[in-house]
Design a protein around this ligand. Structure first.
Ligand SMILES: N=C(N)NCCCC(=O)O
Ligand SMILES: [Zn+2]
Ligand SMILES: [Zn+2]
Length: 320
């Protein structure tokens, strides 16, 4: 006789315990210490010491967890019940030093790396875009250089701000310099807004990035955008970094560096769904600044975007 293998521990059943009751974990999932193990771990990173304008992304993990209470367990577009397919947990927050960016990014790389070494795939929520660098360091430690799909109004490939190398406007320049990325497969999506100069674009192109602007998405539509991205990414390991300011301020007012003319949340979610089957190895949802939010518009969008990343990971794990 074989002992039956227990299935994943799912979220609290919102038809039994009202979804507005109790302490918020992401999507009401069990904590890591309750489940004991994780195939996919949602991790909050309350950090905003790298921002150049409005602060507040340190409060995003808590706001996104609160906004995630209404998520339901079945994803009808991807046809997957992610929390039943694999063990998904909320692994809590990575507590980082708010006064020392160098130390903070070391902590993030170490803590995210420890989780990944247990075999978990990691989706982080909250914090500013500085965090993409230590997260990519941890991902590259495990997978080697990865393809990058970067949703953002901004390039985030500037060299320094105020002479500083580690800021929310510079993570992807550092990541290319450090060899963390496969420079054949780097894409920005949703780019728009004024730059410091034309050189910003030239330097970005020299690093290897291709750009699908916010206006391109509008003109070409979701399907053509997805086709172009899938072709560029192929079967490479893929990291998806989502700056919520890729959305128009109408869809994400609660962010630190808003730019007019952005994508809708529908476009973003549909592009993500178009990535089904690709070799996704992790992702982040950053730059939610709850103090500037209204009616949780931004946190709700971020929660749904994180749910879609989790669903993509679960779908692939379940069909492996
Ligand atoms: N929101 C992010 N990640 N970067 C924006 C940097 C734009 C700037 O300070 O000019
Ligand atoms: Zn941005
Ligand atoms: Zn960014």
């Amino acid at each position: 006789m074989f002992a039956s293998v227990p299935g994943p521990i799912g979220p609290i059943d919102s038809s039994v315990v009202p979804r507005f009751a109790g302490i918020a974990t992401f999507a009401r999932l069990p904590r890591l210490d309750e489940a004991g193990r994780a195939d996919i771990a949602v991790v909050g990173i309350p950090f905003d010491s790298g921002v150049s304008y409005r602060p507040g992304a340190r409060f995003a993990p808590a706001a996104i967890r609160e906004a995630s209470r209404l998520l339901r367990p079945y994803h009808p577009v991807l046809d997957v019940s992610p929390f039943a397919a694999v063990q998904v947990v909320d692994a809590g927050d990575i507590a980082v030093n708010p006064f020392n960016i160098d130390e903070a990014i070391e902590t993030v790389r170490t803590e995210a790396g420890l989780l990944m070494n247990t075999g978990a795939q990691v989706v982080t929520v909250g914090g500013d875009h500085t965090l993409a660098l230590p997260l990519l360091r941890a991902v590259a430690d495990r997978h080697g250089p990865v393809a990058l799909l970067h949703f953002d109004a901004h390039l985030d490939t500037w060299d320094t701000y105020f002479g500083q190398p580690y800021t929310h406007g510079t993570p992807f320049r550092r990541a290319v310099e450090e060899g963390l990325l496969d420079t054949e497969a780097l894409s920005h999506v949703g780019t728009r807004g004024p730059l410091y100069g034309k050189a910003d674009l030239d330097e970005d192109g020299r690093l290897g990035f291709g750009i699908i602007t916010s206006a391109d998405v509008m003109r070409r539509g979701v399907d053509e955008t997805v086709d172009a991205l899938r072709q560029r990414i192929g079967d490479r390991p893929l990291y998806v970094s989502i700056d919520i300011d890729v959305l128009d301020p109408a869809h994400a007012p609660g962010t630190g560096t808003p730019e007019a003319g952005g994508m809708t949340s529908r476009e973003l979610l549909e592009i993500l769904r178009g990535l089904r089957g690709l070799n996704l190895v992790g992702g982040d949802v950053v730059e939610v600044a709850p103090a500037y939010d209204h009616a949780d518009i931004t946190s709700v969008a971020a929660a749904h975007v994180a749910y879609d990343l989790i669903s993509l990971l679960a779908l692939r794990a379940a069909s492996a």
